[in-house]
Design a binder for this molecule. Structure first.
Ligand code: FES
Length: 164
């Protein structure tokens, strides 16, 4: 699918040059350039992967491998709020999976999906560094700790109200 949008080189020329200048080999800039692309476009499309490959001088398949390996990259346009529940050991032992199931029920979607109103994307991720206050999750990269289904309900209500 082709997109009508301005290229990274047009929209973020200065930032792009600054990133590339940090590396002797442009290919080493792959991850920061992908992060820049996701910040600009919200997700990483096939067109974006080809563009990033041209910028850093690698093959599109190399970009694809990085995008599909790191869970921080979105392969579809995400919802306004990206809910990322930690599924690693400390959180799993303290009810992380139940939190995901609770969110699936409350939102009417499965993990990996976005609600039809475009408000919430639900994902599971590996340790987010909040193990001492497990179970934990990220919402748009902000950490929420010591979660319970009741706390999640309150958070969802707040986010819905904020989005109105
Ligand atoms: S195991 Fe969940 S934050 Fe570390």
């Amino acid at each position: 699918m082709s997109e009508e949008r301005r290229s990274l080189a047009e929209t973020c020329a200065g930032e792009l040059q600054e990133i590339l200048s940090r590396y002797l080999d442009r290919r080493s800039a792959l991850l920061p350039v992908l992060q820049l692309a996701q910040r600009e476009y919200g997700w990483i499309s096939d067109d974006t992967m080809r563009e990033v490959a041209r910028i850093v001088g690698c093959r599109p398949v190399d970009v694809y491998e990085a995008v599909t390996f790191y869970s921080i990259f979105h392969r579809q346009p995400p919802g306004k709020y990206v809910l990322e529940v930690c599924r690693t050991l400390s959180c799993a032992l303290l009810g992380g999976r139940k939190l995901t199931q609770h969110l699936e029920e409350r939102l009417g979607i499965r993990c990996g999906e976005t609600t039809p109103d475009g408000l919430f994307t639900l994902r599971e991720v590996e340790c987010i560094g909040a193990c001492s206050n497990a179970p934990a999750m990220l919402i748009n990269n902000r950490i929420y700790e010591d979660l319970t289904p009741e706390k999640l309900d309150a958070i969802l209500d707040e986010l819905r109200a904020e989005a109105m």
